[in-house]
Ligand binder design. Structure first.
Ligand code: FES
Ligand code: MG
Length: 572
């Protein structure tokens, strides 16, 4: 029995290599394979289909197409299941489970024989989890996404998840949409399988995976239900056989230059704030520490050019028609490392050259006519966020970007839910809403509760936006003047825990400052009276592991034990 390739890679150890291979072949032959099939390069396909996950509703079709591509190139495709995460079906929050999916995927790649792996992700946390896993497992890997859903139609206007979900719900809360209409629109917001149709986290991570070179060029934006998506899947399978032969490992693609390219693209997309956390986590797996200040500097000369909701007007299918991600890469190519190698064996610059020039300047603006003159995300510091906080400035209200207001503090999500709509709540439109204890440890899992609702009594008076501050996250599909990822978090003893009702808080986005206008002596006095940090000993199982090992936002909320020693920072 030969031990060259195919099923022989990385033997399970029964103390006898020959017997291990003999046993393995005996079992796999139970599926009807021939020796010829088993002598081919094995391409694993991470299958994330789940009946709970409409964002991955086309995965089985994609698996079929990937398999065709693998076989056309002479390989043997073998799909295997991993955890699938959907945003709405991942209690308490999908971020709590992202690292579990990363561990699952990493260990199943290690456990089973495969020469390369195709990772089929889509919904928000899945692509980050898979790229984290691929970086750690270290075998050749290529990303494929399920692709965005199509837009729906409601009473003559286009609607899509989930920026319009929020818009309609806010209008319903304000009494502008009635019971009948809210039921009607509920049927149209998710009209097909696929990921959210705006520039939320899923679309953002798809674009970043392509920008980093881990996914085929042109593959970020094709909708889930199109023939283009199936062809991309077939080509991905074919490419997987080549990277297996050439041993193109993730570390050869996800270089510091590739991460810098991804950060530029994130800024120019007006992409999801969640991507900052995910990029920190993926980079951390390769020993690169995310430097938030340097990231902010990139933002100063990177304009937002993509006119997609929530920062702009259009949807992912429009971006696909406008040429996909290449339509953005072209006008910002002078800001990119064009010599970065990508998964198809060509450089980013060569891939850009191979795409048509400008197709539609409505969806992706020219460099001199941006949606927003700077990058979509700015990094804030100050005594309220010593280790940083972020704001999606492209989706914030210009009048609130420089603002000082009185704090109205909520100590937890429950406290918020109980009091935000209380007619007696002491709150005015120029106050600052503060939510504590929704950070990585606090909630736990850093839920997307940072987009605090406008108190009902103000919403019904037409107030649409207020400054909101928390140690949590916000959905990539949301918009508003929302400060997120305040670090250290309140539950880890960060200064956010010290804010009291009536304190003055100053947000100065231009100066990148977030300041609690309370003197140090008073803050120290409050610190003394803080109740002790969370007791984790009572938690069991995964929750215990999570609470003990979870890192803060700037370190990607990864588990401490999954990060090797840091060797350099990105971007440089
Ligand atoms: Fe899956 Fe939005 S809920 S991408
Ligand atoms: Mg989301």
């Amino acid at each position: 029995m030969t031990n060259k390739k195919g099923m022989s890679t990385r033997l399970t150890n029964y103390g006898d290599e020959g017997f291990s291979l003999f046993l393995r072949k005996a079992f796999i032959k139970g599926m009807g394979y021939t020796d010829d099939a088993l002598s081919r390069p094995v391409i694993g396909i991470a299958n994330t289909f789940s009946g709970y996950n409409a964002c991955h509703g086309n995965v089985n079709d994609l698996v079929e197409s990937v398999k065709r591509g693998v076989m056309l190139a002479g390989g043997l495709p073998v799909d295997f299941p991993t955890i699938s995460l959907h945003e709405s079906f991942a209690h308490p929050t999908s971020m709590y489970l992202r690292n579990l999916m990363a561990l699952d995927t990493e260990e199943m790649i290690r456990a089973q024989p495969m020469d390369a792996v195709v990772l089929i992700g889509g919904c928000d946390k899945t692509v980050p989890a898979q790229l984290m896993a691929a970086a750690s497992a270290g075998i050749p890997a290529i990303q494929l996404v399920t692709g965005p859903m199509l837009v729906g139609s409601h009473r003559g206007t286009r609607v899509g998840a989930c920026t319009d979900c929020r818009r309609f719900w806010a209008a319903y809360r304000a009494g502008e949409v009635d019971d009948q209409e809210i039921i009607e629109v509920n049927d149209q917001l998710v009209p097909t399988v696929g990921t959210c149709s705006v520039m939320g986290t899923a679309s953002t991570m798809a674009c970043l995976a392509e920008a980093m070179g881990m996914m085929l060029p042109g593959s970020a934006a094709a909708p889930a239900v199109t023939a283009d998506r199936r062809r991309i899947a077939e080509l991905t399978g074919t490419e997987a056989v080549r990277i297996a032969a050439e041993k193109v490992t993730p570390a050869l693609i996800m270089t510091p230059q590739a991460f810098e390219n991804a950060m530029r693209v994130l800024l120019a997309l007006g992409g999801s704030t969640n991507a900052v956390v995910h990029l920190a986590a993926i980079a951390g797996r390769l020993g690169f520490d995310l430097d938030l200040e340097a990231f902010d500097r990139l933002g100063r000369d990177t304009p937002v050019l993509v006119d997609l909701k929530p920062s702009g007007q259009h949807y992912m299918e429009d971006l696909h028609r406008a040429g996909g991600l290449a339509a953005l890469l072209r006008p910002i190519r002078h800001l990119l490392h064009e010599d970065a190698m990508t998964i198809n064996g060509r450089t980013l610059g060569e891939n850009i050259d191979a795409t048509p020039e400008i197709i539609d300047q409505q969806v992706v603006r020219p460099h001199d006519n941006p949606i927003y003159p700077q990058g979509g995300i700015a990094v804030l510091r100050g005594n309220l966020a010593p280790n940083g906080a972020i704001i999606k400035q492209s989706a914030a209200h210009p009048e609130l970007m420089q603002h000082t207001g009185r704090a109205v503090v909520f100590s937890s999500m429950d406290d918020l839910a109980n009091r935000i709509d209380d007619p007696e709540l002491d709150v005015a439109p120029d106050d600052v809403l503060v939510l504590q204890n929704i950070g990585p440890k606090g909630a736990p899992g850093m839920p997307e509760a940072g987009y605090l609702p406008i108190p009902k009594k103000l919403a019904s008076r037409g107030v649409k936006d207020m400054v909101r501050i928390s140690d949590g996250r916000m959905s990539g599909t949301a918009a508003g003047t929302v400060v997120l990822h305040v670090s250290p978090e309140a539950a880890a003893g960060g200064p956010l825990a010290l804010v009291r009702n009536g304190d003055l808080i100053r947000l100065d986005t231009r100066a990148r400052e977030l300041t609690l206008l309370v003197d140090d002596a008073e803050l120290e006095r409050r610190r003394q009276s803080l109740s002790p940090a969370l007791v984790t000993q009572e938690a069991l199982g995964y929750r215990r592991l999570f609470l003990e090992e979870i890192l803060q936002a700037e370190e990607g909320c990864d588990f401490r034990f999954s990060r090797p020693p840091m060797t350099q920072s990105v971007p440089r």
